[in-house]
Write a protein that binds this ligand. Sequence first.
Ligand code: KG4
Ligand code: ZN
Length: 332
Amino acid sequence: MLVLGIETSCDETGIALYDTESGLLSHALYSQVHMHEEYGGVVPELASRDHIRRVLPLTRQILDQAGLQLTDLSAIAYTEGPGLAGALLVGASIAASLGFALKLPIVGVHHLEGHLLAPLLEPDPPAFPFVALLVSGGHTQLMRVDGVGQYQLLGETLDDAAGEAFDKSAKLMGLGYPGGPALARLAQTGQIGHYKLPRPMLHSGDLNFSFSGLKTAVMLIAKQAALNHANLAAEVQEAITDVLAAKSIAALKQTGLTRLIVAGGVGANARLRERLSQAVPPGAAVYYPKLEFCTDNGAMIAFAGAMRLKAADTRYGFSVKPRWDLAQLEAP
Ligand code: KG4
Ligand code: ZN
């Protein structure tokens, strides 16, 4: 079965072809980051209009790359939520129109399920069950994953997400948008230990997180006259990755599981990867998607769609779910 995946939940148009026999065949991504840069964040209406321009040309491009045609497709998967309503509607309506024209079933995918299953695209994928650390721009969650659609929430952030903590700290330091990768780059040239930042909820005894206090602490330090930006960036990154690593290891202990997967944009952070590989207990292992599949992409949507083909249908009515709780999903 050949599945076309369409991701349009935020500021990246991701399109991919996944074959249930031979795996990922081709994929392409268009990032709108330069368009939103001058506004310091994503402008939803501009995002929607740009997705409209990109989806079909990128679809043609990846079909050409794979030497295939629209008529070779078996199903179309699209991101149904969570995300920006207008941006989601672009992907959903194009998927429904293509499905109707080609008489193919369509399937709506949960964006975070896409992120969560992305490590399974790798050559040596983890077996179920595993603990998943989901760290994106809008979510920070620890999940117990027993299979596709079998997700149990172990802990989550009570306020800001880890990606948001990176982005907001970067903004306070004048690093622009999106701040996470910029802050991580600057941190490479800085040293930890020069500034004091809190490790919120590190000893809370549960698996929840809180990152909003960090932003306030960064704001106070960022006002200092002789500020060393690289050292502050290194400390921010250290504070966030300290807590993420400690709680992930605690989740392994609490569940007795030996596999941890990390997914979502912050999973691309090199220091987080380093911290986790140092901290996993003997006998346990950490799995990541490749860097390009940590941040938003079409491959994870095509793959999650392929796992949910049973739910695909030919009614072509579509809806989007800008807010959608992952733990409510059911097994396909
Ligand atoms: O998963 P994602 O691409 O989009 C959402 O679904 O939110 O995650 C985006 C988030 C942003 O907050 C971005 O700053 C952060 O991931 N991010 C990083 C890095 N790359 C992306 N944060 C820290 N270090 C990175 N290398
Ligand atoms: Zn995402």
